[in-house]
Ligand binder design. Structure first.
Ligand SMILES: Nc1ncnc2c1ncn2[C@@H]1O[C@H](COP(=O)(O)OP(=O)(O)OP(=O)(O)O)[C@@H](O)[C@H]1O
Ligand SMILES: [Mg+2]
Length: 270
């Protein structure tokens, strides 16, 4: 077998074909007109040291997030999506480069960030209602009782308000986690596989509700997803990471300039 063939096989084993690695960079993003910058990544590098081996998870990553855009942050397993998100929310620090937070906040940039946690480690003994009350207290959220009821109902959780949060099913916990990420109306919300795993009836309702809620309260969405319908419905900017590098950064409206369809673009890069 030729050397090229062997390399190709090895790349396939790593989950990324040579074609995908060699695909050209497409950096062609036009921010919404007149909108300010929210967050800036300047040559951010993240190197993990494990067992004396160095692993470059993010490689010279530079981009700017603007107000009034919904971003799809995409990439194959291990591409660096979670590391990027952890960097933004302050759970991880860059090895090199810097991250600038350019929006207004009172005490801490994290106040203006919402996160849909995957891990639902709710405190024992607290019901859904207690946790919502706790969030309202901690973030000093300005919300009426009617508004709370309408949000809880939109997420299909009104029947479970008095249930211990720990006893919710997987899909119910997922819906509750999205609600908790949005309740304090942050400037930016990170949604991780928003509707994956939810049943078909609630899936679309949640997407529509989240999109409208975020539009109404001017919340910018960063969506990490593999669900093309979700990406299609919610986002307007497509960012694709490959081995810690930003390979694609375009307006969704420009996809046809570079590929036959969104699906075709993903096949080329993910
Ligand atoms: N603490 C760590 N120590 C060593 N390597 C790490 C650490 N955290 C992440 N990595 C490596 O960095 C790379 C990027 O990981 P990351 O979790 O950001 O990928 P991802 O794009 O979120 O993937 P997935 O789709 O699987 O969630 C991976 O190769 C991962 O093994
Ligand atoms: Mg991840």
């Amino acid at each position: 077998m030729s050397k090229v063939r062997d390399e190709y096989k090895f790349d396939m084993f790593l989950g990324m074909s040579k074609d995908k690695k060699d695909a050209p960079f497409i950096i062609d993003y036009e921010p919404p007109k007149g909108e300010g910058k929210l967050i800036e990544f300047k040559n951010v590098k993240k190197v993990f040291n494990s067992n004396k081996n160095k692993f470059v998870a993010l490689d010279d990553l530079s981009f700017t997030l603007y107000n009034n855009e919904n971003v799809a942050l995409l990439g194959a397993n291990g591409a660096g999506k979670t590391t990027t998100v952890e960097m933004i929310i302050g759970l991880n620090t860059p090895t090199d480069g810097e991250i600038l937070y350019l929006y207004d906040y009172d005490f801490n940039f994290q106040e203006e960030i919402g996160i849909q946690f995957q891990d639902s480690s709710y405190p024992i003994g607290l019901n859904v209602c207690n946790i919502i009350d706790f969030m309202i207290d901690v973030y000093n959220i300005d919300i009426t009782k009617d508004e709370i009821i309408s949000v809880v109902t939109a997420f299909g959780l009104h029947e479970y308000l008095k249930k211990p949060a720990k006893s919710l099913s997987g899909g119910q916990q997922q819906r509750f986690n999205i609600l908790l990420a949005l309740l304090h109306k942050p400037k930016i919300v990170f949604l991780d596989e928003l509707s994956t795993g939810l049943d078909i009836h609630i899936k679309n309702e949640i997407r529509v509700f989240v999109k409208n809620y975020c539009e109404k309260f001017k919340i910018n969405i960063i969506l990490v997803s593999h669900d093309i319908e979700e990406i299609e419905n919610i986002t307007d900017r497509i960012m694709i990471l490959q081995n810690g590098k930003l390979k694609v950064d375009i307006n969704k409206s420009k996809v046809k300039k570079y590929a036959k369809s969104l699906n075709d673009l993903f096949n080329k890069y993910i």
